[in-house]
Design a binder for this molecule. Structure first.
Ligand SMILES: Nc1nc2c(ncn2[C@@H]2O[C@H](COP(=O)(O)OP(=O)(O)OP(=O)(O)O)[C@@H](O)[C@H]2O)c(=O)[nH]1
Ligand SMILES: [Mg+2]
Length: 424
């Protein structure tokens, strides 16, 4: 099965249903008061982590994801139905990027991550809301707000807590195979592992994800071997297990070569906490090599293992577990690259923009303000009052003043205009 890790999608949350204008028609009371109900809310589109998923395969076949629109309000003060959210299950490590704004919309990097990707619209209000002592037969209602729409790129980033790093054939895959359920290929030729393999390691009552990576060699940072290409997969590993083959000629040099390559990788992976594993301790010259190694690095904790027969690994796993407890999770994006700031929550669109048309004329534009305008009945005092209250709540006056609007200037919102009156 091919590993699908990128999918482009269009998404549209449900629009809010409109409020309606209706009046009660009772037998002895032909105008029995306003009774238009509210529109229902549109469904949102939500991504939720599901650990049973490991690829984005399911999403590849759905070019468009939609949530249903809320129902319009009904007479008799009846609400229109709100619609259920559409919940899309995705693997841990899924990132959602908005292709129009280039923003990371969601970074689902914990087991309980759940993010609203497209917010459903809110239902509008029916006319019974607008009944007041001055107007007991209000003839207006508000429209539902539109559901959010996005073009997104959904990406799955490999996510591992621990990465196995070392020269080819030191026993990395063998290590993973004995401590997890993973079944990586193992052989005595270099570069057996061509793609990172993940395994879930259980230690006591906790577990973590371990990644077996292709071998690294000297010069990898200049493109030699396979290692460097795949090192990017451990960018977010919180901990490195550095595996050495103690049967080789010069494990001290091997250790230094690998650390040098880690250092050359952008972002400096040499800073990552490491556990050093001295493997193949069954081989003839291993004991001697280990002595030399310890002499050279007396302050380093070195764990002796023979992965072939699963010996010496429990202390390594417990050490990893303890270290992970203290190490922070990395966000799944790189803030130094082109990605903009993380926007996890839906933000209200900008309320308005002010344009100076010259000669004391100003124009105000914006979804929210125009919607408000359209929902105002200018032959009804109550409605106009509500409109101007809403404008002051949005701090339009302040914003106009700030832009240089003066007492007596004329301000247009669509084809409505008012004179700007500045008290002081
Ligand atoms: N003697 C001995 N041989 C081992 C031990 N662990 C692994 N091997 C052997 O070493 C060889 C390489 O093991 P792998 O686990 O494939 O090594 P690797 O580090 O994953 O290698 P690449 O994927 O090529 O980077 C295999 O023949 C293993 O059987 C050990 O503890 N002792
Ligand atoms: Mg391997």
């Amino acid at each position: 099965m091919q590993f699908i890790d990128k999918v482009k999608l269009k998404m549209k949350a449900g629009n809010g249903g409109n409020g309606i204008v209706a009046f009660k028609h009772e037998k002895y009371n032909p105008l029995g008061g306003p009774s238009g109900g509210d529109g229902g809310n549109g469904g949102s589109i939500i991504f939720k982590v599901d650990t049973n998923k490991s690829t984005l395969l399911d999403l590849r076949f759905s070019k468009m994801i939609r949530a249903e629109d809320g129902e319009n309000g009904k007479g008799n003060n009846m609400y229109g139905a709100s619609r259920d959210d559409v919940i899309i299950k995705v693997p841990l490590g899924t990132i959602v990027k908005d292709l129009d704004t280039n923003e990371i919309v969601a970074d689902l990097n914990t087991l309980d991550s759940e993010e609203v990707i497209c917010q459903g619209g809110k239902g509008g209000k029916g006319n019974y809301h607008f009944k007041s002592s001055r107007n007991n037969a209000p003839d207006h209602c508000t429209l539902g707000t539109p559901g959010q729409e996005r073009n997104v790129l959904v990406e799955l980033k490999l996510l591992a807590d621990v990465g196995l790093v070392g020269l080819p054939s030191v026993g990395k895959s063998t290590l993973l195979s004995v401590v997890s359920n993973a079944k990586p290929e193992i052989a005595d030729y270099p570069f057996t592992t061509l793609k990172p393999q993940l395994g879930m390691v259980k230690v006591g009552d906790s577990s973590f994800v371990m990644a077996d990576l292709p071998g690294l060699i000297e010069g990898a940072s200049e493109g030699k071997g396979l290692g460097h290409e795949f090192l990017k997969h451990i960018e977010r590993c919180r901990l490195i297990i550095h595996v050495l083959d103690m049967g080789r000629e010069d494990p001290i040099n091997d250790y230094e070569v690998i650390n040098e390559e880690l250092k050359k990788y952008p972002g400096n992976l040499a800073d990552r906490p490491q556990i050093v594993v001295a493997n193949k301790m069954d081989l003839d010259n291993a004991k001697e090599n280990l002595e030399k190694f310890k002499e050279k690095y007396p302050d380093l904790d070195v764990y002796e293992t023979t992965t072939l027969i699963n010996e010496g690994l429990m202390p390594v796993l417990y050490k990893a577990k303890d270290m992970l407890k203290e190490l922070p999770q990395f966000p799944l994006y790189d803030p130094n690259k082109t990605d903009k700031k993380v926007v996890y929550k839906y933000e209200e669109p900008e309320q308005f923009k002010i344009f100076n048309e010259g000669n004391g004329i100003w124009r105000v534009e914006g979804d929210k303000i125009e919607r408000l305008f359209r929902n105002t009945n200018f032959s009804d005092d109550d409605s106009v009052l509500r409109f101007s209250r809403a404008l002051s709540k949005m701090k339009l006056d302040d914003a106009l003043r700030e832009k240089g609007c003066k007492n007596g200037d004329q301000v247009f919102i669509e084809d409505y205009s008012f004179d700007f009156m500045d008290e002081d």
